[in-house]
Ligand binder design. Structure first.
Ligand SMILES: CC(=O)N[C@@H](CCC[C@H](N)C(=O)O)C(=O)O
Length: 380
């Protein structure tokens, strides 16, 4: 049974696509679903897919979400089933997440529960963010679940480990794009140009003072510049530079502080370097805030009813747009151990596929438990 979903994961691994371009991925999911019993109800939303399994005696609907997009990374794994899409890779486990969801759908087709189940294949988690527009869509609203769950692979935990925590699990995020416009010129005549490579270098270092000097150390934050581009040739002074990065904070107040300080530092660069700058904060994700009582009861259930190692973990500064679902629907997200020396977003990451069986066993057991226990649902 599990080999089947490992195989599906390997096939999905070969066709990573960027956010809202998951056309082949969507077709792959639809093709697989068409091999299952016709009692499934299926809808598409942009490149996403919604799958409803009607319950036998439904009082509620329980949702389970898997994300679908790949990353712009050139794969360097040892896999014989490497990405066929040059420059793109499933380096954040979304291929695993989708294979697990397909495994769960297959399981519940064969073993239906009382409540309706909704499986959500959501595009564009890595950006610009598919969760929020999907949540607001008519397709989703008509089938809005009463409770929602999701998981994310965790390279740092061994297979057979499940980890989560009540409250904040993932941070608030904001993308960051800064363009600096000066004047290019001959490399030998700097006094007649206005060098944006130097301005970009200065700004990159200044941005690193925000977390260390402006944020309360007890209110964590991160400012990372992941990409800097400037100039056209080694002997031409760069008239333009672009910095691309991301901001992460645990509180919304800290996010405001960081953004205000970025504004101030960029204005300082404009004055100091006599240039023009623009700041674009791109896509923002709210924090993933796990429903406290529900998460606590899941941890207890998993400890008592699974064979797996259950850990209460700390928060991460990574982001996840699943947080938008949790703003409107009680639920939680948890980590699934896939032990590998390479972290998320690394070109060599090779998650241990045995975790697919761990996830299917755990989530199918928990969804069945939820469906059989009115008290397991949060009040109201
Ligand atoms: C789990 C994970 O790695 N998520 C991404 C989410 C991206 C958020 C957004 N595009 C940004 O860069 O701010 C992450 O990088 O944490």
């Amino acid at each position: 049974m599990t080999d089947r979903f490992i195989e599906l994961r390997r096939q999905l691994h070969q066709i990573p696509e960027p956010g809202f371009c998951e056309v082949k991925t969507q077709q792959f999911i639809l093709d697989y679903l068409s091999s299952l019993p016709p009692r499934l109800q299926i809808k598409t939303w942009r490149t996403g897919v919604l799958v409803r399994i009607p319950g036998q005696n439904p009082k509620r609907c329980i949702g389970y979400r898997a994300d679908m997009d790949g990353l712009p990374i050139t794969e360097q794994t040892s896999y014989p089933f490497r990405s066929k899409h040059e420059g793109y890779m499933h380096a954040c486990g979304h291929d695993m997440h989708m294979a697990i969801a397909l495994g769960l759908i297959t399981h519940f087709c064969e073993h239906p529960v009382d409540d309706d189940l909704l499986f959500i294949f959501q595009p564009a988690e890595e950006g610009p963010g598919g969760a929020f527009p999907m949540l607001k869509s008519k397709e989703f609203s008509d089938w809005k679940p009463d409770l929602i769950l999701a998981l994310h692979i965790a390279p740092e935990y061994p297979v057979g480990t499940i980890a989560t925590r009540p409250g904040i699990l993932f941070a608030n995020t904001s993308e960051l794009f800064i363009d600096l416009c000066g004047t290019s010129g001959h490399a030998a005549r700097p006094h007649l140009a206005n060098d944006m490579a130097v301005a970009a270098a200065e700004l990159t270092l200044q941005l690193q003072t925000i977390v260390s000097r402006n944020l309360n150390p007890l209110d964590a934050g991160v400012v990372t510049i992941g990409k800097i581009e400037a100039g056209t040739k080694q002997n031409i002074i760069a008239g333009h530079a672009r910095l691309e990065g991301t901001i992460r904070t645990l509180s919304t107040e800290a996010m405001e502080t960081v953004k205000q300080r970025i504004q101030a530092l960029v204005r300082g660069i404009e004055t100091g370097f006599d240039c023009k700058a623009t700041i674009d904060c791109g896509a923002n994700y709210c924090q993933v805030y796990n429903h406290p009582e529900l998460t606590q009861s899941f941890l207890q259930w998993a400890q008592n009813h699974t064979r797996f190692h259950v850990v209460e973990c700390s928060e991460t500064m990574a982001g996840e747009d699943f947080g938008y679902f949790l703003q409107e629907i009680p639920g939680f997200m948890f980590w699934l151990g896939v032990e590998t020396p390479y972290g998320l977003h690394h070109p060599q990451i090779e998650p241990d596929e045995r975790a697919i069986a761990v996830a299917i066993e755990t989530v199918s057991g928990y969804l069945k438990h939820l469906s059989q226990n009115d008290k397991a649902f949060p009040a109201g």
